[in-house]
Design a protein around this ligand. Structure first.
Ligand SMILES: Cc1cc2nc3c(=O)[nH]c(=O)nc-3n(C[C@H](O)[C@H](O)[C@H](O)COP(=O)(O)O)c2cc1C
Length: 304
């Protein structure tokens, strides 16, 4: 009996003494792996700080021209004292009888249903006051935290309009011929658009709408412009409705890859990025539009 216990003990010790160097080696490998991983995360941390920015869902990554990469919005925000002590006042809104509501909603639909993107615009002059008023209307748009992150640049100088045309046609020719590929070109075929944009010279006014990706105070402090892309897009929608309301025409354009050059041409600051360009005027006498149909209510509305 004693012999068996002793033998077992001896065998266990033999195994243990054999395994000890193996254990030691495994533990060493584990330690090395842990240290290496720690070093990696430490070293990569600074790299990641640059490449992974704070999540900012109000920024549309597609439309960035990299001018906002230098800023860490929120870091040096300024806030006016007035803003902090903002008073709340009674709301005074309109209220219509139901019947009138129905007729107004129908009339407004009929007005906006006539809106079309018109790419043939006459040179006939348009009163400047009308332009001021429709931009006033656009400025009534809601905006994230009431930051009003928009700049409407009105161009009426023929030379500047022509320079804008040159820049856009140059970039658009590359878009159509090289940059955008067959699918994009084919999808646009039925609209009969190309890189020649005569309306940029003929329209009496061009309105270039810039989104301010952050606010810039005279003290060089910055202010976060929450959801600036959505806010400015809503303002543009309201502007389109205002243009329709006065019987003028436009075509919504988003000149691809032209933003930075147009920003420099128009001497806009780095916190502004071109979102849209609207040529405005009367339609030319021979203007045509593609015979597009709009989806009926059943196809665009879901009632839950
Ligand atoms: C975001 C956006 C970008 C557009 N970009 C252009 C453009 O760069 N050039 C153009 O000729 N039309 C452009 N359009 C106009 C569309 O082609 C047009 O709205 C569409 O064909 C429907 O026609 P409608 O506006 O007459 O209803 C754009 C429209 C939107 C909403």
């Amino acid at each position: 009996m004693q012999f068996t216990v002793k033998a077992k003990l001896q065998r266990a010790m033999a195994i243990f003494s054999f395994l000890t160097p193996v254990f030691a080696a495994v533990i060493c490998i584990l330690i090395v792996m842990i240290v290496q991983r720690k070093r990696k995360t430490k070293g990569g941390g600074s790299e990641r700080k640059d490449s992974i920015k704070e999540p900012r869902p109000w920024v549309d990554e597609d439309l960035q021209d990299n001018t906002d990469i230098l800023t860490e919005a929120g870091k040096d925000d300024w806030q006016d004292e007035e803003e902090e002590n903002l008073q709340h006042i009674p709301f005074t809104g309109m209220r219509y009888p139901e019947k009138e509501m129905v007729s107004r909603s129908k009339e407004f639909y009929e007005l906006l249903n006539q809106r079309r993107s018109v790419r043939f615009i006459s040179a006939e002059p348009v009163p400047r006051e009308v332009i001021n008023n429709i931009i006033r209307v656009a400025g009534t748009s809601p905006s994230g935290a009431h930051t009003e992150p928009w700049t409407f640049v009105v161009v009426e100088d023929p030379e500047t309009k022509h320079r804008i045309r040159e820049i856009i046609e140059e970039e658009e020719e590359i878009n159509y011929c090289k940059r955008m590929g067959d699918k994009w070109v084919n999808d646009l075929k039925r609209l009969r658009t190309n890189w020649v944009k005569e309306y940029l010279d003929t329209a009496p006014f061009l309105i270039l709408i810039f989104k301010q990706v952050y606010g810039l105070h005279s003290s060089n402090k910055k202010k976060t412009h929450y959801y600036n892309e959505i806010s400015v897009s809503i303002a543009c929608g309201i502007l389109l409705a205002a243009i329709q309301n006065v019987g003028l025409v436009t075509v919504t354009t988003t000149p691809l890859n032209c933003g930075p050059r147009l920003r420099v041409l128009l001497e806009r600051p780095v916190n502004e990025k071109l979102l849209m360009l609207l040529p405005i005027g009367y339609p030319s006498k021979d203007a045509t539009v593609p015979d597009l149909q709009r989806k009926p209510l059943e196809d665009i509305m879901v009632v839950v």
